[in-house]
Design a protein around this ligand. Sequence first.
Ligand code: DX5
Ligand code: ZN
Length: 219
Amino acid sequence: MSDIKVAPSILSADFAAMGEAIREIERAGADLVHCDVMDGSFVAPITFGGQMVKNIRKITELPLDVHLMIEHPQTQIKFFADAGADVITVHYEACKKISPCYLKETLELIKSYGVKCGAVINPDTPAECIFDVLDLCDMVLVMSVFPGYGGQKFIPATLENVKKLRAKAHLLDIEIDGGITADNAQTVRQAGANILVAGSAVFGAPDKAAAIAAIRGSV
Ligand code: DX5
Ligand code: ZN
């Protein structure tokens, strides 16, 4: 773990003006671009696939952080790796439905493309469920809302998962996603998260640079 990073979620951007949205957060000091991929099955909405990531890759140097909220993630890894993702995260809950070793195999598959990998846990999944794959993970993602929609309210009890993971893995990147604002960011950082995803708190702000700096704690 190093500095605190902010990853604006483009789920809250205008999909018809995605290029400008990416350039705007880049100018505003974003550290990563958080790309929320939803399949209409693991979560109800559908967002976008590898083509969007490929097009975004062409217009920014920022690392692309791809959060797969999809069933059967192994079927899609190639597309996102080829599209230029820098890190791909997959849900423990989607993998566990398939087989006990599916999460481990998926993380290994991501790594085989030279892409960083991570496991994601929902608010009602105890951190212990992914302890056995931490050695494989470049990052873990703790959901602080149930996935599917931007603009939901932060669930404070999920900080227990952050604390347990930080106690277990001192140097691991721990990302947190859902309901992060300038008001709760300090508590979240103190719990041990070092990559903070923010959708509505960045894209809904009149001054995106100020919003990102406040979430990072650099003001
Ligand atoms: C939720 C997504 C989040 C979402 C965060 O399913 O994974 O990345 O865009 O949006 P906010 O910050 O508005 O909760
Ligand atoms: Zn996300």
